[in-house]
Write a protein that binds this ligand. Structure first.
Ligand SMILES: Nc1nc2c(ncn2[C@@H]2O[C@H](COP(=O)(O)OP(=O)(O)OP(=O)(O)O)[C@@H](O)[C@H]2O)c(=O)[nH]1
Ligand SMILES: Nc1nc2c(ncn2[C@@H]2O[C@H](COP(=O)(O)OP(=O)(O)OP(=O)(O)O)[C@@H](O)[C@H]2O)c(=O)[nH]1
Ligand SMILES: [Mg+2]
Ligand SMILES: [Mg+2]
Lengths: 312, 292
């Protein structure tokens, strides 16, 4: 009846408890099976007792490691290799970290950092953009928000309110406009207005809708053509999401180069364990966590803190 | 799919006349894995498999049915039964003004659902009025007003900083003045652990008693679905569940967990972003979907 690895010297009750905690945190069956299969040898390594607290300590260490070592291993299936994310790094230009040390001189679109925020419907993209803009501004950046959701009712109004609240510029067009055109406009406006960062909002979309995923790829191509490099794409995942989160991450990352995740709604009771499977399987790191509905409720991701909270 | 997975697990049954403890052990494990992968709650999956085991044991291996198919059939029937057997509809009073309150976590699809419900009721010959009782989210009022315009129904909103219960009261008055017969109240997304905001829902209900309270739940919700549903049921109470974003590929195990633990029926499902994308919940279709 037991799901998890055989040959473990732990007693039935302890194994039951581990199983329930891992599954209950939305870590998923695969992660749970894999982690517990190596528990006994790991316990021996660390000289731990065969009891629940020791096991959880080992698992937390495992999780922290998986999350801190995550490096993207999935590329868009049709991506142009000449312009893949690694390319610019070779020229000595660090575009990986979303937080730059010093905003470079903005003389052309090439110098504007573009953050591209995507994800399925209702995960917290627009709100996270406001929070990220606020965070970057506090560090001295001049941020411009692009109202790239030209589809949903009052999506433009929503981000305009946020822009006003954080004191950032906002570029928008008429509802139904081409999102690529909005992004294009916004980047040029950033150059004209001396902004070093543009954060582009997009409409929520289920990863199963091929035409909507293709639209996303098109917007990224337009941004690339204008700036000469990929935007930093952040995939927003709701902490309440179950196993579907892995499918979401896979399809988005196979469509456009995804830098990392924003994990939202961690102020709820869900643990967000799906990011462990996403890190293991796809190598996508969590870069930020959302913990509430105000602009201050965004923090840089800390694997240790997250691992500690998993089975709290 | 589950049948194929079980076929591997049940190869031992070749030539066996009966389903026994030993020869269905692997199959039961596969079923449990499938349910957990579908986001069915840990305990719910365990209990379900225990019941399937009880029903399966001692059964004769039926003529014309592969043993794997036989076990899948037991599981499918059990799921269907748990999900509510028959479709359940909204219980709106035929006479007078019906009142519906829509509640749930942030981003679950409440505002969109309010528009879909208004369109559906309008098609059925009713005259709905939407109430914008989300006083927190930026442009929430704009969103519902836009949707109301798209459906062609009146909406009551307030930008003068009134409380949610006051807004609903005024909305009811506007509905009466406009000869509307259904009040659909959109509320702000909130956490199931936020006592202040849970109280707000109760205050709305006290101000204008609600005939139907609906919990809107995202179909991709994971293990926490049970906790979420329990809290809303205990602190606020609701009559039914609306499962949204079923046009994706989330297996939707949350539906089973919620129904099993709280007993509340799933009444409607959202299958897209357009205001027409609303369907009645079909337990048998959901059962197949969960089993993958
Ligand atoms: N509790 C909590 N709520 C959040 C968090 N992030 C976003 N929200 C809420 O989630 C809801 C949806 O947020 P949005 O920013 O509109 O989500 P979105 O992904 O842009 O939605 P679409 O554009 O419609 O796909 C809003 O009510 C937000 O206030 C978070 O970290 N915690
Ligand atoms: N694909 C799909 N998208 C949906 C469905 N229902 C709602 N959405 C989308 O989900 C996102 C969130 O919907 P909202 O109606 O704003 O959700 P909400 O519960 O009112 O959000 P808050 O008020 O912030 O709590 C929007 O992008 C909607 O278009 C559905 O059934 N299918
Ligand atoms: Mg949005
Ligand atoms: Mg809403």
């Amino acid at each position: 009846q037991r799901l998890l690895g055989g040959g473990v010297k732990l007693d039935e009750d302890t194994l039951d408890a581990i199983e329930e905690l891992l599954i209950g945190a939305d870590m998923g069956v695969q992660s749970a099976v894999r982690i517990t299969r190596t528990i006994e040898s790991r316990l021996r390594e660390t000289g731990g007792e065969a009891d629940l607290p020791s096991v959880l300590r080992v698992i937390r260490g495992d999780v922290r490691q998986i999350l801190s070592e995550a490096k993207p291993k999935v590329k868009p299936l049709t991506w142009d290799d000449a312009l893949e994310p690694g390319a610019d790094r070779k020229k000595g230009r660090k575009i990986r970290t979303p937080v730059a040390a010093e905003p470079p001189a903005r003389e052309s679109a090439a110098d504007v950092r573009v953050v591209f925020v995507v994800g399925v419907n209702g995960t917290g993209k627009t709100t996270s953009i406001a929070k990220l803009g606020y965070l970057l501004q506090q560090r001295g950046h001049r941020v411009l928000l692009a109202a790239g959701d030209t589809f949903r009712a009052a999506a433009v109004e929503q981000i305009q309110v946020w822009a006003e609240r954080i004191g950032a510029l906002c570029v928008a067009q008429a509802p139904g406009a081409d999102p690529a055109a909005v992004a294009y406009d916004a980047i040029n406006a950033a150059v004209a207005r001396g902004c070093d960062t543009v954060i582009v909002d997009t409409a929520g979309r289920l990863h199963t809708k091929t035409n909507l995923m293709a639209e996303l790829a098109k917007v990224v191509r337009v941004i690339r053509k204008l700036t000469g490099h990929d935007p930093q794409t952040l995939l927003v995942v709701d902490a309440n999401t179950g196993q579907n989160g892995l499918a979401q991450a896979r399809v988005f990352a196979e469509t456009i180069p995804v830098e990392g995740l924003i994990l939202t709604k961690l102020d709820g009771t869900a643990k967000g364990g799906i990011v462990v499977a996403i890190a293991e399987t796809l190598g996508l790191p969590v870069l930020y966590v959302g913990m509430g509905e105000t602009v201050a409720d965004l923090a840089e991701f800390d694997p240790g803190t997250f691992a500690d909270a998993l089975f709290a | 799919d589950l049948t194929r997975r079980l076929e591997g697990a049940m190869r031992k049954l070749a030539g066996q006349p009966q389903l026994t403890e030993d020869n269905i052990k692997e199959a039961l494990r596969e079923i449990r894995l499938a349910l957990l992968e579908a986001d069915v709650h840990y305990q719910v999956a365990k209990d379900l498999v225990a019941r399937v085991r009880e029903q399966a044991l001692g059964q004769q291996v039926l003529q014309g049915l592969q043993p794997a198919q036989q076990v899948v059939k037991i599981v499918h029937e059990e799921l269907k039964r748990l999900l509510g057997g028959e479709t359940a509809s909204l219980q709106l009073p035929a006479k007078g003004m019906a009142t519906v309150m829509v509640l749930g976590l942030q981003g679950s699809g409440k505002t969109t659902f309010c528009g879909k419900l208004a369109r559906q009721l309008q098609k059925e010959g009713r005259r709905p009025l939407l109430v914008a009782a989300d006083i927190y989210r930026p442009a929430a009022i704009d969103q519902l007003e836009t949707i109301a315009g798209q459906v062609g129904v009146p909406v009551f909103s307030d930008r003068v900083k009134r409380s949610a219960p006051q807004i609903v009261k005024l909305g009811q008055r506007k509905a009466r003045d406009n000869d509307c017969d259904v009040l659909i109240v959109d509320t702000a997304g909130r956490l199931h652990i936020d006592q202040t905001l849970l109280q707000e829902l109760n205050d709305i209900d006290k101000m204008v008693p609600m005939d139907e309270k609906l919990l809107v739940l995202d179909a991709m919700t994971g293990q926490e679905a049970v906790h979420i549903a329990e809290q809303f049921a205990a602190q606020v109470g609701y009559d039914g569940v609306v499962l949204t974003k079923l046009d994706g590929d989330a297996r939707g195990g949350a539906a089973l967990s919620v129904k099993e633990i709280t007993g509340k029926p799933i009444k409607l499902v959202g299958v897209g972003e357009r205001l027409d994308d609303l369907e009645v919940f079909h337990p048998d279709r959901m059962a197949s979907r969960i089993l993958g």
